[in-house]
Design a binder for this molecule. Structure first.
Ligand code: SF4
Length: 238
C-alpha cells in the first residue's frame, strides 16, 4: 500500500531502468549492487540489494577482481569504496535532494554551538550517507562520534554523561529522545534533513490506506521474482 501517490523519492528517481541497462551494457562483467531506495524494476536488474549498514559487507562478499556498479547513492558508494579500499567500483552520480544539502561545515557548526556534545549517526537513514562519507574521509576526527542503531541511540542518550547531542537520522527520533531525557539537549545534525515525500505519508493517510485499501501497489510477478533474488542475496550476507 502507498498512502499518497505523490510520495516518491528523489534518490530512487535518480536512475531509470534504461539508464541502468545501458550502464550494464558498458560493463558486461560487472556485478550490480543497488541501495534499497530503488524501484522493484531497478532491483530486478541488480545482483545484490544493500542498505547503508550492510553495504560494506555486501561489497566485501564480491570477489576482488570483479568490477562493481554501485547505485544510485553516490555518497554511500564513495563511503563504501573508501572503507573497502575497492578500486574497481563504478559509482552512479545519484543523490537525494534532502541529504545533498548537508555539509560537514553544517554539522561542525552544530557541534561547536553545544558544549561537549556527542555526535550520533544512524547508518540506516539514507539522509546520513554524506556524513558516513565525511567521517570515513577524516572529518569529525576530534569529535565524539558513534554510529548506532535506533535502540543504540536511545541507550546512548540515556547512559552517556554528555548533556548535549547532535543527532543524524530522521528527525522523528528526537521526540522520543527528548521525552526520555528531559534534562538533555538533542538537536538534528541538519535542519535541512526533512523529506517532503516522507512527510506526505501522514497518520490520517496511513489510516485511510489501511481502512479503504488504497493505494495498492501491484508488482508484476516476473519483476518481483527477479527483484527478490537481489534481496535474498543481500539477506544471506548480512
Ligand atoms: S529523504 Fe526522501 S528523497 Fe531522500 S532518500 Fe529518503 S525518501 Fe528519498
Amino acid at each position: 500500500m502507498i498512502p499518497d501517490l505523490e510520495a516518491g523519492c528523489s534518490l530512487s528517481d535518480s536512475i531509470t531502468l534504461d539508464e541502468l541497462k545501458n550502464w550494464k551494457k558498458q560493463h558486461p562483467n560487472a556485478i550490480a549492487v543497488g541501495y534499497v531506495n530503488t524501484t522493484a524494476e531497478i532491483k530486478s536488474e541488480l545482483d545484490y540489494c544493500c542498505t547503508s549498514s550492510n553495504a560494506v559487507n555486501v561489497v566485501n562478499a564480491i570477489p576482488k577482481d570483479k568490477e562493481i556498479l554501485f547505485l544510485p547513492d553516490m555518497f554511500l558508494g564513495s563511503y563504501v569504496a573508501k572503507v573497502t579500499g575497492r578500486k574497481n567500483m563504478h559509482i552512479w552520480a545519484g543523490e537525494c535532494h534532502v541529504h545533498a544539502g548537508i555539509t560537514p561545515d553544517d554539522v561542525t557548526k552544530k557541534l561547536d554551538s553545544l558544549k561537549d556534545s556527542e555526535f550520533v549517526i544512524h547508518p540506516e537513514c539514507s539522509c546520513t550517507t554524506p556524513m558516513l562519507y565525511d567521517l570515513a574521509s577524516g572529518s569529525f576526527k576530534d569529535r565524539n562520534v558513534s554510529i548506532l542503531s535506533t535502540e543504540g541511540m536511545l541507550n546512548k542518550a540515556k547512559d552517556s554523561k554528555a548533556k548535549n547531542f547532535v543527532v543524524a537520522t530522521e528527525t522523528g527520533i528526537l521526540y522520543r529522545m527528548r521525552k526520555e531525557n528531559p534534562d538533555k539537549t538533542f538537536v538534528p545534525a541538519s535542519d535541512k534533513a526533512e523529506c517532503q515525500h516522507m512527510k506526505m505519508n501522514t497518520l490520517e493517510k496511513v489510516y485511510d490506506s489501511i481502512v479503504q485499501d488504497k493505494y495498492e501497489v501491484i508488482v508484476p510477478k516476473e519483476i518481483a521474482d527477479k527483484a527478490r533474488l537481489a534481496i535474498d542475496r543481500m539477506l544471506a550476507i548480512s
